[in-house]
Write a protein that binds this ligand. Structure first.
Ligand code: BGC
Length: 684
């Protein structure tokens, strides 16, 4: 390579450098720019400045690359000057079980990223829900690796459709906030392969994710940011990741400079510490890493700069937009489809707006605005600042205007709605700390108990982002609606569900336990929250896999959600009973809306390996489909399974295997409501 080191260029000359040529092959542009950088400049590019940017290199016209949080909308400044669409939390988006909405969200939020002049969104967060106590449960999607994967892939594709980089986080086993900077997640290879890694891997293989954020914690004793095994070997080697890795903000605190470079950490954020000039120069001079190793890290970062169009003509790059009615409509749609109806005794919901005269509205979340948290005080990094937010009370007021009277006295009302739940204060659904209790705050429990004595039709609407225990009040209320943190249009979505304009169609993506000790991570202090180490002793038995195995009845199972209509299932047809090798199995099932109103059903397909050399879960989700049905309408839902869907990970031979034998096919409406069963036999 001709040495062009340190040459000074005029603005005109820069424009004529090969890497500036949009028509040149991507890899040629990357190599051209990389070849022009001095060692010092590469070191400079390895760390951030001003919280959200990489450093410019004026000599070559290298521009800063800008990245902002977060998972529920873009936050271009932490003081709220820049407003942006506040989408529902990830757990709500996941509860839609609608990958198209994940894609639409990704595309819309990326348009907002563009509009604020940035290049990467620090999202999606796809850590598995290992425990309901994780302070960031609301930011993540599910306890199930398959659902996690499908939704993560759709989100990344949506974001990157706008030539904005997704930053998949936090890689990996960042499943709690307690001791997040120091704890080591002690996890088996099988659990990594079957539970924690699949969604991350799929975002690379199926969506070509352009960036990964490393976790704060250690995994089996090694920090994510300096894990050769996680970064160089798996992510880059086995999965063929072509993007770059970025540290979580200050996740390098206890790492080693050379260790991070060698492992493949391209960018240290938010500022240079381990990657500052003196540490990097010293480590390099001492032979801690080679220039080739650094080159690979920088090559990846530069590649993504080209992928997002940083050096392309503006006209060639998708245009951004922000706070548009289209984006607000997507936020509303996700909120509507994510609402999960958990209980509805005597069909007390929906309320009939023509019959009901007076509704009492109570509870701390009735008029509480969730968005707009400040990263410097509370809430955490996932908050953005919406131009408006429709609270539940706003939504009800608008809906009820001139038709139904709203009061705060339950004894005078035909129905009472209590907006209960949590918020983003520390110790609840918040970054940096785990939840303190699985129960609602005691004053809310008292409020519910008092109200149910005064009004026989009490409806609880939960605004929260993680499972809540309900045993001491659920029997006395008529309905429970899980509305999550539904974004800036939440109030409207809730009112529409309450009055039946929208038929709820969300289902839980995480088991709601009756009590914490039922939950797999809560065996002892060693298994949660741990101390220096947290032991993932439950292995692959996370979420419903554990409840099934131990035969524990959950409060509400994975995949559960009611509707204002009913669905019936019939005719499970499997095209062949015996399969081998690459045979595909085609399945069909007929689903009918057997009630009186239109609705959407989420048809879930689980498999069960009847006999295997290693213990396997009683059920594993392998496919699902959300179908819309008019009353009396029947649709045939088609699924295809492959050999890989039957496989499990065997640690002794370090490989995925499928064993000969019978597999049950279980099709149902939730993980605990299997309506139809079939069988196939796998033969090698
Ligand atoms: C969080 C990340 C976030 C980053 C930047 C960290 O504290 O863990 O999820 O993207 O801050 O705000």
């Amino acid at each position: 390579m001709a040495t062009k080191m340190n040459e000074k260029y005029s603005e005109d000359q820069i424009q004529r450098l090969p890497f500036m040529d949009m028509n040149l092959d991507l890899e040629k542009r990357v190599e051209d720019l990389l070849g022009r950088l001095t060692l010092e400049e590469k070191i400079k590019l390895s760390s951030g400045r001003l919280m959200w940017h990489t450093k410019p290199i004026k000599r070559l016209g290298v521009k800063p690359f800008t990245m902002y949080d977060g998972p529920h909308g873009v936050r271009a400044d932490t003081m709220g000057k820049t407003k942006s669409t506040y989408f529902p939390s990830a757990i709500c988006r996941a509860a839609t079980w609608n990958p198209k909405l994940s894609y639409d969200f990704g595309k819309a939020v990326a348009e907002e990223v563009r509009d604020v002049g940035a290049h990467m969104l620090l999202a999606p967060g796809i850590n598995i829900h290992r425990t309901p106590m994780n302070g960031r449960t609301f930011e993540y999607q599910t306890e199930d690796p398959y659902l996690n994967k499908v939704l993560a892939v759709a989100t990344v594709k949506g974001i990157q459709s706008q030539r904005v980089a997704a930053c998949v986080k936090h890689f990996v086993c960042n499943n709690q906030e307690t001791n997040r900077f120091t704890v080591s997640s002690e996890v088996s290879e099988r659990a990594l392969q079957e539970i924690y890694l699949p969604a991350f891997k799929a975002t690379v293989l199926e969506a070509d994710a352009w960036s990964f954020m490393t976790c704060y914690n250690k995994v089996n004793g090694i920090y994510g940011s300096e894990s050769m095994n996680l970064l160089r070997e798996r992510l880059m080697g086995e999965w063929g990741f072509r993007g770059f890795t970025v540290s979580d903000w200050n996740a390098t605190a206890y790492t080693n400079t050379a260790g991070c470079v060698k492992a493949g950490l391209s960018l240290e954020m938010p500022t240079a510490k381990k990657y500052n000039k003196s540490n990097m120069t010293k480590a390099f001079q001492e032979g801690g890493f080679t220039e080739d190793e650094l080159n690979d890290n920088i090559r990846r970062l530069i590649r993504v700069m080209f992928l997002v169009g940083l050096y392309d003509d503006e006209k060639a790059v998708p245009k951004g937009s922000r706070n548009t009615p289209e984006h607000q409509a997507i936020a509303l749609k996700i909120a509507e489809e994510g609402i999960v109806l958990l209980k509805n005794e005597n069909a007390s919901l929906p309320l009939n707006i023509n019959k009901i005269k007076k509704i009492a509205v109570l509870g701390p979340n009735a008029n509480y605005r969730i968005g707009g948290g400040n990263v410097l005080s509370d809430g955490g990094s996932s908050f953005n600042f919406p131009p408006y937010e429709i609270s539940p009370l706003d939504g009800l007021r608008e809906k009820c205007l001139n038709r139904v009277e709203l009061t705060i006295i339950p004894s005078e009302a035909d129905a009472t709605i209590i907006f209960a739940g949590l918020n983003h204060d520390h110790g609840m659904d918040a970054e940096g700390e785990d939840r303190k209790s699985l129960e609602l705050p005691s004053e809310q429990i008292e409020l519910i108990q008092k109200t149910t004595r005064e009004c026989s039709n009490t409806i609880i609407v939960l605004i929260n982002g993680s499972p809540i225990a309900m045993n001491n009040w659920i029997d006395s209320v008529s309905s429970v609606v899980e509305a999550w943190y539904g974004g800036m249009e939440a109030g409207k979505a809730i009112a529409q569900v309450i009055f039946g304009d929208i038929n709820p169609s969300g289902k839980l993506t995480m088991t709601f336990p009756k009590k914490l000790s039922d939950s797999p991570a809560h065996v002892s202090k060693r298994t949660f929250p741990g101390d220096d180490n947290v032991y993932y002793n439950e292995g692959i038995f996370v979420g419903y896999r554990h409840f099934d195995r131990k035969d524990i009845a959950p409060l509400f199972p994975f995949g559960f959600g009611l509707s204002y209509t009913t669905f019936s299932y019939k005719n499970l047809i499997i095209d062949k009973n015996k399969i081998r090798d690459d045979d595909e199995i085609k399945l069909s099932v007929e689903v009918t809306n057997s009630g009186n109103v239109e609705g959407k059903e989420i048809v879930q397909l689980y498999i069960q390996d009847v006999e295997s050399s290693l213990e396997r879960p009683i059920k594993e989700l392998k496919r699902f489909e959300k179908v819309f049905l008019h009353p009396n309408e029947t649709k045939t839902v088609l699924f295809e399974l492959k050999k890989e869907d039957l496989s499990f990970y065997n640690e002794t031979i370090n490989s995925w295997i499928v064993e000969d034998g019978i597999f049950k096919i279980l099709v149902g409406s939730s993980s605990r409501d299997i309506r139809l069963q079939g069988e196939i036999e796998y033969l090698t």
